[in-house]
Design a binder for this molecule. Structure first.
Ligand code: NAP
Length: 261
């Protein structure tokens, strides 16, 4: 896909990965429609000079904001939707408020499905189009302390694969990206401490953004970023009992850090 001619709707553009992605795509010549909830954070997005962009404030858990985002996307002539907005909440399920669980499911799963569905009649009319869903390694390696987030990201992975199969004879590609931990504000100190204690690697958002841009330009629709996470994702699909046993040994550490979240 030619990024130079692309017109991209990027959700969560004001976040850590979103900002890096906006910059990477703008440098490749794409025109950008950037969304987020916080107008102050949107205005601080670091973009190369002279790039073609518009900003739109939208809370994607609100139906009215989905509708206004779709109108803006059609007016902008969008041919690529990147569902990047997301939230996480580290903690044991038994200690979480339902409103946090609901917010995670709504933001990471219901909102991207709803936005995609609303934009699809427009995207299918484009000579070349794509939907890119930013999932997580936890969507394939569901993790203790991240039950709702893992469920939402596994759901997003399933949605991506089903939609890809549904649109197989259309001009719309459906790409699913599963990064491992990234150094962004979504991870509070307790998660950073947990990753450190478990020896889990963390990528810079610029590295992940570069991989996503390269995936769009290439003919690949399913990527896991990071090794050994890619291997564990495969293992979890093949022999989940082995992963259960491996993660059981980490449970005490996860509980200890969840207590400080
Ligand atoms: N960082 C990681 O370790 C990691 C690993 C794997 C996957 N991911 C995924 O990468 C994506 C980007 O996350 P990030 O790391 O860049 O996190 P981040 O820095 O916290 O950014 C999250 C972005 O999502 C937006 N957002 C949250 N709730 C929203 C809502 N209801 N409506 C509209 N926008 C909303 C935020 O906008 P406002 O700031 O304006 O609220 C912000 O722009 C997410 O899907 C995340 O699950 C992250």
């Amino acid at each position: 896909m030619q990024l130079k001619a692309a017109r991209i709707l990027l959700t969560g553009a004001s976040g850590g990965l979103g900002n890096a992605l906006a910059r990477e795509l703008a440098e490749a010549g794409a025109a950008l429609l950037l969304t987020g909830r916080d107008p102050g954070a949107l205005s601080r997005i670091d973009l190369p000079t002279g790039c073609n962009y518009q900003m739109l404030q939208a809370d994607l858990t609100h139906a009215g904001d989905i509708a206004s985002t779709v109108t803006a996307a059609r007016d902008f002539g969008v041919n690529i939707l990147i569902n990047n907005a997301g939230v996480a909440h580290f903690g044991l399920l038994s200690e979480q408020d339902w409103c946090d669980v609901e917010r995670i499911l709504n933001t990471n799963l219901a909102a991207p499905i709803r936005l995609t569905q609303a934009l699809l009649p427009w995207l299918t009319q484009q000579p070349e189009a794509a939907v890119v869903n930013i999932g997580s390694a936890f969507g394939s390696i569901p993790f203790a302390g991240f039950t709702a987030y893992s469920a939402a990201k596994a759901g997003l992975r399933g949605f991506s694969q089903a939609l890809r199969r549904e649109l197989a004879d259309s001009t719309v590609r459906v790409i699913h990206v599963a990064p491992r931990a990234i150094d962004t504000p979504i991870n509070p100190p307790a998660v950073r401490a947990l990753n450190h204690a478990l020896g889990s690697a963390t990528d810079a958002p610029q590295i992940v953004a570069r991989r996503i841009a390269a995936t769009l330009a290439a003919d690949v629709d399913e990527i896991h970023i990071g090794f050994p996470e890619r291997l564990f994702a495969w293992l979890n699909g093949t022999a989940p009992g082995l992963v259960d046993r491996g993660l059981r040994g980490k449970l005490a550490t996860i509980r200890q850090h969840a207590g400080k979240a």
